[in-house]
Design a protein around this ligand. Structure first.
Ligand code: 13P
Ligand code: SF4
Length: 303
């Protein structure tokens, strides 16, 4: 075990006392990842919450991750440490947007990225995460798929599943969208020996320069297995930091130094300690809405 700070030690004590499971996303600060039971991508976060035996699950991530855990584990107390940690992409799609698209394309199934509200999931047919998106799209019988909200993930999936017609929404992740083709070209020029792994929330013209495209957990796996002496990481910077610490024999670079999700950074050790001490902030959902949203998430887990 690494040297722990007093806050980290107190978190571990309280976690045991309160019989809580701590799940952390790869984008939250490393000091929080270091006291988690599991560090996950958004798919594993949801399924690990569902399989948890502990009565309390703490989701160290943004709000939609807490909502997904609550949907799949409704009998558990689900807490998030930072009440204001939202996902701007999730806020870009509304129920009205989905209903309008459904009206315009009545034969299409609605596939909804898990980065969305419970209300949007409730009017969707099936959810997906970045790691499950291709599998989910292939499982859909309809020839047309409305994909909300991420335009970049939708374009990536559409390329991989060419027999379906995709109807796209206009949402995007500001953190990934900000990265340009010029950024990735510059990073490759600076490190010509490096393998390049990129998240599918990046623009198409960025993805085309990657050796590997995948979810956060898949990027970590690729980097660990890669024989390249240097790796360029095209997603939130905490992943490059984690990999560099884990693999000091390799050189790990972020595509740009601006690759930061400000919302994930709100999940600090102090916020996690407060969450355990005061059992806040609890995720509660409207039950009628939750029942429909749960069906869309369940379909993803079962497909
Ligand atoms: P993953 O599903 O790859 O963990 O991604 C979640 C996310 O919010 C990426 O920006
Ligand atoms: Fe949302 Fe982007 Fe942050 Fe992921 S990185 S939580 S998509 S804002």
């Amino acid at each position: 075990m690494k040297n722990l700070s007093d806050i980290q030690k107190r978190i571990l004590e309280l976690k045991k006392e309160k019989n809580a499971l701590i799940l952390a996303h790869y984008y939250v600060p490393l000091e929080v990842q270091d006291v988690a039971d599991h560090v996950c991508d958004s798919y594993a976060m949801a399924t690990k919450a569902m399989d948890a035996t502990e009565p309390t699950v703490i989701i160290c991530g943004v709000r939609f991750m807490g909502e997904s855990a609550k949907l799949l584990a409704p009998e558990k107390k689900v807490l998030i440490p930072a009440i204001d940690a939202g996902c701007p992409m999730a806020d870009m799609v509304t129920v009205e947007d989905v209903l309008k698209l459904k009206e315009e394309h009545p034969n299409a199934a609605v596939m909804c990225y898990v980065n969305s509200s419970a209300a949007v999931k409730a009017v969707s047919d099936i959810c997906c995460t970045s790691s499950s998106a291709i599998r989910v799209a292939n499982s859909i019988d309809n020839d047309e798929i409305i994909f909300v909200p991420d335009i970049h993930l939708a374009e990536y999936v559409a390329d991989q599943v060419p027999d379906k017609k995709f109807i796209l929404h206009t949402g995007f992740c500001p953190t990934h969208h900000r990265v340009t083709e010029a950024d990735i070209i510059a990073a490759k020029k600076a490190h010509p020996e490096a393998a390049v792994a990129v998240h599918p929330e990046c623009r198409k013209e960025v993805l085309k320069h990657a050796d590997f495209v995948g979810s956060t957990a898949q990027i970590i796996d690729f980097a660990r297995k890669s024989e390249a002496p240097e790796i360029i990481i095209g997603t939130e910077m905490e992943i490059a930091a984690r990999l560099q610490r884990e693999m000091p024999e390799k050189k790990v670079y972020s595509v740009t130094s601006a690759f930061v999700c400000p919302n994930m950074k709100k999940v600090t050790p102090e916020a996690l300690l407060n969450c355990l001490e005061n059992e806040e902030f609890e995720i509660t959902l409207d039950e009628a809405e939750a029942a429909a949203a749960r069906e869309a998430l369940d379909r993803m887990v079962k497909c």
